[in-house]
Write a protein of this length. Structure first.
Length: 327
């Protein structure tokens, strides 16, 4: 209840304080979802301005952002997945002169049409459709972001951004195969020439990833909150048109890792499809970025079994799946 309402009740209904408190509780419960979202967005704007943290929030199938500009250099991205679905955020730097309208007109439809054909078991036709991707797509630079994030979970990643136009998207799929980005889970951001004052974080553990040597970690993490640095020794396009990346996943006892491995490949008919497989909690990670670059993410680990896994085919054969236990 607001301060003004409290003053009102105290002034005119002092003898009915008990009833006013009951009414106040009811008013709080009856607060509309739109009002709650507005209050959350305003709080995130203040957080972004005061702490240098750029907060992205999802309540269903959208990205709610505090503003559409960022400073160049290091930026901490806090992603609040307040929905009942698994999501992620990837930052894609577009070539000069290209932006969201171009993506929606000539890129998103190609991927969706190709996926629809894969689901229909028409692989040759799907590959032909993917061949229609615009030439400028090869100039898009995937620049990091958050790993997969389970429902009602918050994660933080810190990435270094160059000036330019970026698209953020989530391409998890709905039941039936519609990409979240096709359904509107995509936004355009502009990174200014002006530099951020944020310094490069200090890491507790370092993860190295390579298309040649796979995923390596300098030590087994202990329980608690830690900052992980992800070093990209190299980068390449894998069979599913994606580069290697890192996702941190808590594995419940009895879970079959082959189920997770299959689901992590978006070009599989049921890969990246909602709902995510049971027995796994996605707690963050780092989206793909060019070789020689590094990004950071924060995770609070509980005792149990975890994996670091990449969203590419045949992770085990490529050493892009690493199991470890937190004690």
């Amino acid at each position: 209840m607001s301060i003004l309402k409290l003053k009102f009740f105290r002034l005119f209904f002092m003898g009915l304080m008990g009833l006013s408190l009951i009414a106040g509780c009811k008013n709080d419960k009856d607060k509309s979802e739109e009002e709650v979202m507005e209050e959350t967005a305003e709080a995130d704007k203040k957080s972004s301005s005061n702490s240098g943290v750029f907060t992205i929030t999802t309540k269903s199938m959208e990205f709610s952002i505090p503003k559409d500009t960022l400073l160049s250099g290091w930026n901490t991205i806090r992603y609040k997945n307040n929905s009942n679905m698994t999501h992620f955020v990837v930052f894609e730097k577009y070539p000069e002169g290209k932006g969201l309208e171009d993506a929606e007109d000539s890129l998103v439809p190609v991927f969706q049409n190709g996926m629809d054909l894969i689901i229909e078991d028409k692989m040759d036709a799907a590959m032909e459709e993917f061949g229609k991707m615009p030439e400028w797509f090869s100039q898009v630079v995937f620049s990091g972001g958050t790993g997969l994030v389970s429902p009602n979970t918050t994660t933080e990643s810190t990435i270094k951004l160059e000036p330019g136009t970026y698209i953020i998207e989530c391409y998890i799929k709905m039941p039936g195969g519609r990409f979240h980005s096709t359904e509107g889970m995509v936004e355009e951001l502009y990174v200014k020439e002006e530099k951020s004052e944020l310094k490069e974080p200090a890491a507790d553990y370092t993860i190295s990833i390579s298309g040649e040597s796979g995923i390596e970690m300098d030590a087994t993490p202990s329980a608690g909150e830690h900052v992980f640095k992800v070093n990209y020794a190299d980068q390449k396009q894998h069979e599913n048109f994606a580069g290697h990346d890192v996702h941190l996943v808590r594995v419940e006892p009895g879970s079959d890792l082959s189920v997770l491995s299959e689901w992590m490949v978006w070009t599989n008919p049921e890969g990246f499809m909602t709902p995510a497989p049971q027995g796994y909690k996605f707690v963050g990670g780092m989206q793909e970025m060019p070789g020689g670059n590094s990004g950071y993410f924060k995770a609070n680990l509980q005792p149990g079994n975890y994996v670091l896994i990449s969203e590419v085919p045949n992770q085990q054969e490529k050493d892009l799946l690493k199991e470890f236990e937190v004690k």
